[in-house]
Write a protein that binds this ligand. Structure first.
Ligand code: NAD
Length: 357
């Protein structure tokens, strides 16, 4: 017997919904972790999971993460996420996207979807033909690609972290090692270059490296060498679980501040960073710029207001790092406590569909 409820109870989910559409081949799972602070918002990931159990596990883990991300960002949003099982390059069709859009619509505004791995701004536009509850599209007031706001937030949080580390707040002349120069990494390099930072970068996709070298004159290292670069800041902007028992001993940085989700492989890696005196900026607190950007569509999108709100990531990171110091706990634990406190202060309310997207 599959023990689905056991996981739901241990993660604390309100609802998990399975959707299938025979004609298009859609197989999707939507996880609504919490609507305590508002309707759940989180991207849809299309991925070729090895097993259905892997897909379920991913949606449970990711949707819970969104609850914490929204809470720490001070948003009136809950946490949710969706997964579509399949290869985005081969299996995705307009019919499938439309079927997924109808599925999201059926949830009546308890869950808003957006981009994640395997889903693009253009895909959101297709979903929006079927549902009012998709954000991040390019049409009808959509805010488009969120990665520039994610990078701007990381840049702000990085300044707070280097200040906390006693390096001053001016990134001019500092060395920043960027792992992954895709959407977010590229925008981040642009902010860093304008601020006068020296860039050392790596990627596994040569065209993305070429673009950074051409635009910003960055130094390039091999993928495995990025951890041992002598630098002021290490910015993981590629994959999760890159801070682990193999990589942490190699680090020659004072600060970690990057966009990647789930950077710590294990809780113990956060403790080890603290023991080594490396200032870690918790991932879901520093990379909330994209979420703040798409969430602004639920009222009326205003870029100036969004920039103001994303700038507050500076203060959020400063507060978390101070809390970590005062309480003698690693920053990732301090971030969790901040999120849990915000959730506790708020009594559960029925999630309302507040959007007119
Ligand atoms: P992306 O796919 O555009 O860029 C990722 C880059 O990392 C690619 O260029 C890829 O080639 C490179 N890469 C992959 N494996 C690598 C490796 N082993 N070593 C070096 N480089 C490697 O993705 P993105 O949108 O820029 O997102 C980057 C990270 O930030 C992801 O972890 C994502 O979950 C997270 N994130 C993104 C956003 C957003 O707004 N896009 C928001 C929050 C969090």
């Amino acid at each position: 017997m599959v023990e689905i409820f056991q996981d739901l109870v241990s993660y604390g989910h309100e609802q998990v919904s399975f959707f299938q559409d025979k004609q298009s081949g859609l197989k999707a799972i939507v996880g609504i972790h919490s609507t305590v602070l508002g309707p759940a918002l989180g991207g849809c990931r299309m991925w070729n999971y090895a097993t259905e159990a892997d897909a379920l596990k991913d949606v449970l883990r990711l949707s819970r993460g969104m609850t914490y991300k929204a809470a720490v960002a001070g948003l009136k949003l809950g946490g949710g996420k969706a997964v579509i099982i399949g290869d985005a390059r081969k299996d995705k069709t307009e019919e499938m996207l439309k079927a997924f859009g109808r599925s999201v619509e059926m949830l009546g505004g308890r869950y808003f979807t957006a981009e994640d791995v395997g889903m693009s701004v253009a895909d959101m536009d297709v979903l929006r033909t079927q549902t009012k509850y998709a954000v991040g599209g390019s049409n009808q007031g959509g805010s488009g690609d969120p990665s520039i706001m994610t990078a701007f937030g990381v840049f702000q949080g990085m300044k707070a972290a280097v200040k906390f580390a006693g390096l001053g707040e001016d990134l001019n002349g500092m060395t920043v090692a960027v792992q992954g120069v895709g959407n977010v990494g590229h925008h981040l390099c642009s902010y860093l270059s304008a601020a006068g930072a020296r860039l050392v970068v790596t990627d596994i996709y040569q065209p993305n490296i070429d673009r950074i070298v051409e635009e910003f004159g960055a130094e390039v290292v091999a993928a495995d060498d990025i951890y041992s670069v002598e630098c002021d800041v290490f910015a993981p902007c590629a994959l999760g679980a890159v801070l682990n028992s193999r990589s942490v001993p190699l680090l020659k940085t004072k600060v970690i501040a990057g966009a990647a989700n789930n950077q710590l492989e294990n809780e113990s890696d956060g403790h080890e960073l603290m023991r080594r005196g490396i200032v870690y900026s918790p991932d879901y607190a520093i990379n909330a710029g994209g979420l703040i950007n798409v969430s602004a569509e639920l009222t009326s999108y205003n870029k100036e207001l969004v920039l103001g709100k994303v700038s507050q990531i500076h203060g959020t990171i400063a507060t978390i790092l101070q809390m970590s110091k005062d309480e003698g706990i690693p920053p990732h634990v301090a971030a969790d406590r901040m999120a849990e406190q915000r959730l506790k202060e708020k009594k559960p309310v029925a999630a309302r569909a507040t959007a007119s997207v």
